[in-house]
Design a protein around this ligand. Sequence first.
Ligand SMILES: O=C(O)c1ccc[n+]([C@@H]2O[C@H](COP(=O)([O-])O)[C@@H](O)[C@H]2O)c1
Ligand SMILES: Cc1cc2nc[nH]c2cc1C
Length: 348
Amino acid sequence: MKIQHKGGLIITDLEQITQIVDQMAKPPGSLGLLESQIKKLYCCWGKLHKELNPCHLIFAADNGIAEESVVRQPQEITYLQAQNMVDGKATISCFCKKNQIPYKVIDVGIANFASVGYNRKIALGTKNFLIEPAMQLEEYNKAVATGEEMVLRAKQEKYNIISLGEMGIGNTTTSSAVLYALSDIQPDLIVGYGANKNNPEVIKRKCEVIKQGVALYKKQLYSPVDIIRCVGGFDIAAMCGAMIECARQRMPFVLDGFITAVAFACAVRMCPKVKDYVFASHLSREAGMIYALELSGIAETEVPIRAQLALGEGTGTVFAIVMLRTMLDAVWNVSKISEFESKILTIK
Ligand SMILES: O=C(O)c1ccc[n+]([C@@H]2O[C@H](COP(=O)([O-])O)[C@@H](O)[C@H]2O)c1
Ligand SMILES: Cc1cc2nc[nH]c2cc1C
């Protein structure tokens, strides 16, 4: 890897990137996690970029399991909120616009005959996994291919970092089911309120559904592919495909909350080098978040933001992008500590 720093210095490895950050006029290490993140960013790219050029991808889909009383929200909200995103009227749209982050909404399976954003609709939602597998292998493959396609497009469009978000009523249940099947961590630890804050009935029902669903397919769940296909969702499959494509393209990507973290846990199992490209953004309020991160080897200390967020859509990623963008600018514009020395000598 060769990176050219201002002043013509050629940087050939991580040690030298470290040097640039350490040479900034500040006490060594005083920018904490931002320092290690910026070093990781350059390792991902393997070349000089002075600007962060982010693209935010939101995968939207419905989940058949929503009909099992695991949510209090009507399924139609997936369609309506995805449309709000496209129309600039969702939280993620406002967050992105305010921070000059282009975003794309990709319909991978909203349960409405009309499509929203990029039409990559695979079906009108997945199936209810208490009755039959959430999706067929062919459908899983289509979702993964859509994730890959969107990352390849972003690469061609010269974006140099991807952030991921999702929208789908019922997807905290599919995510907990996937995490349970992947890890065997007990459901009561990894089930949260989702979009139904402080509703204990929902938690109880989610735990039952997850145990029952995973037991139903026990003999088929050998790999993350089987798990996503049987109890997951199109959004999880698409994000998994996107993350693996990011690793192939040397494209760093930013996680949001629980659903993205579960997709990541699957992606890492399938392709361990995905871990070299991931940036966590926040610690979602959803109970399973910490377990999903831990399972995929991300320590709590690597997560920059704790703000009790639990919205999804990729809202937490926006703040992580702003942090990275701000730090990148400082790396190239803060003067060097060595410049103090010459000035002090001059004064003397
Ligand atoms: O990202 C998270 O951590 C997160 C936590 C709770 C809820 N959500 C969002 O809420 C929806 C899923 O909640 P639920 O209760 O319908 O499973 C879905 O659209 C997610 O984007 C997201
Ligand atoms: C209104 C609403 C917006 C959302 N955005 C992501 N998940 C959501 C769930 C609901 C219910």
